[in-house]
Design a protein around this ligand. Sequence first.
Ligand SMILES: Nc1ncnc2c1ncn2[C@@H]1O[C@H](COP(=O)(O)OP(=O)(O)O)[C@@H](O)[C@H]1O
Ligand code: SF4
Ligand SMILES: [Mg+2]
Length: 380
Amino acid sequence: MSLTPPINTPKAPTPPVEAAVTEAAEEVHAAHTLADARPPSDEEILTVENLTVEFPTDDGAVQAVRGLSYTLRAREVLGIVGESGSGKSVSSMAIMGLLPKSARVRGSIRYRGQELLTLRPKEQRALRGRKIAMIFQDPMTSLNPVRSVGDQLAEAVLAHHLVPRRKALARAAEMLNLVGIPQAERRLRAYPHEFSGGMRQRVMIAMAIINNPDVIIADEPTTALDVTVQAQILEKLLEVKDTVNAAILMITHDLGVIAGMAHRTLVMYAGKPVEVAATDDVFYEPRMPYTAGLLGSIPALDGERDERLRPIAGSPPSLIRLPAGCPFSPRCPLTTEVCRTDEPELAEVGEGHRAACHHSERLAEAEDATAFFRTPEEGR
Ligand SMILES: Nc1ncnc2c1ncn2[C@@H]1O[C@H](COP(=O)(O)OP(=O)(O)O)[C@@H](O)[C@H]1O
Ligand code: SF4
Ligand SMILES: [Mg+2]
């Protein structure tokens, strides 16, 4: 497998981060990178504004999303990164209108200027799967095990278009071919269990693009797959995005997946965005300690990564009883008094770069932001 360099050429690289990013990008992205994709346009197609989602429970309200805002432009790939439980899936389910009835959703989600949160169920269904499509982590939960793949793909077409079944099946074969499934016409008759994990995820990509969506939400689409297959699937996703002229919301807990894959990256913690910037800036000039911690914990995909790379100690806070001040303060190596009392706002720290941290300038001054997370014995 030939490796091309990652697209994120550093401006002022700090060696340990650079090493991690380069390795991660090379391992994950073998051939087709964002550099090969068509650039985004200025047209905003998805606008999320001050989105909050709460789930009432007997113990109190779970504040799953606490004021999330972002825009997605046509053909743009926006990465949303954060540890498990940070509100990534809940916020994307809000876009799809797939949250349970108990959820209290506030704020605004607009698709091409049209508010989605006030749509009637019928209008929502018309949009879902057609203009906005979603790829989930586990294809087996979205595919019906007792129906052929061709049937299910054709049904996705027929749900939105009045065409003969024969035409829908032809479209299904065309899509399977596009996502790199050999002998597509024959494979239409196969059942999901007859496909490997990677091939099933390709079927999900085919399903997502079959109606020419404007937005593809990919929620941890490769987490369950091994590294080589993961790389192939991500490349395929980037490739087909241009075929249908779609934008991608790429959701992952692994920053390594975003390198070479996303134009911009938004980092979430405890239901809030804590850093947003061009992906290069997030990797090479992080301004929020949590981002730096994530950079230091990019998994060693080859098992031989520098030993200093480590997970962030501790775990995310309870979303029912959030700590006062900055929610990252119990785990943050830079915490001071103000962090324990005042939650920082997302503020401009550079061009197109925003971070929520009282001490972001300390990261700007640091040669290697990930070093804050090393123990004193390891040296900083
Ligand atoms: N239906 C629900 N009822 C109560 N809490 C929920 C529900 N769905 C999700 N949550 C909580 O919302 C938080 C965010 O979840 P999620 O968006 O799935 O995180 P992730 O970033 O891992 O995708 C988690 O604490 C989760 O337990
Ligand atoms: S505000 Fe304070 S606790 Fe929060 S990330 Fe910044 S330095 Fe750490
Ligand atoms: Mg999730």
